[in-house]
Design a protein around this ligand. Sequence first.
Ligand code: PNS
Length: 164
Amino acid sequence: MKTAVYPGSFDPMTYGHLDIIHRAALMFDELIVSVLNNKAKTPLFSVEERVRILEEATKEFPNVKVDSFTGLLIDYAGRKNIHVSVRGLRAITDFEYELQIAQTNKKLSGGSLDTIFLTTSLEYAYLSSSSVKEIAYFGGDISQCVPPFVADMIHEKYKGRTDT
Ligand code: PNS
């Protein structure tokens, strides 16, 4: 069985992430979308919330599973016997960072973990979790960025916290 992992912060998941998930799920028998539990960051959503969002958004896809991990991706992938990591590339500005991570993971894993890149569909190329949060914070319209239930959850987080 060919399994791949799609790791990320997903704080929160956007339509851009969903686009990558849908397309990667067609390429592998199983796709594990895994949320990084990064203790050094203060995310808007807890890991549990981010996992729940991804589960809800991917429930129509039987070969997509949602999980979380701490520590190095190569260790997580090694434990699960996964040899492919999927990442999305929106623009050339993503490339340098992603190339460095991909090469680090390849080296650190002793060659066991490869990374494949899917270029984000053009309609989502502008999207990032950070910009979605900023737009929502200032009361802007995020309906084209995230599914309605995620938009509601973001607005709920920012209720009473906006500067507008
Ligand atoms: O959604 P993001 O924040 O761009 O995802 C980045 C992620 C989670 C893929 C990357 O930071 C990661 O894999 N972190 C786990 C720690 C790790 O393995 N670091 C080694 C690569 S430098």
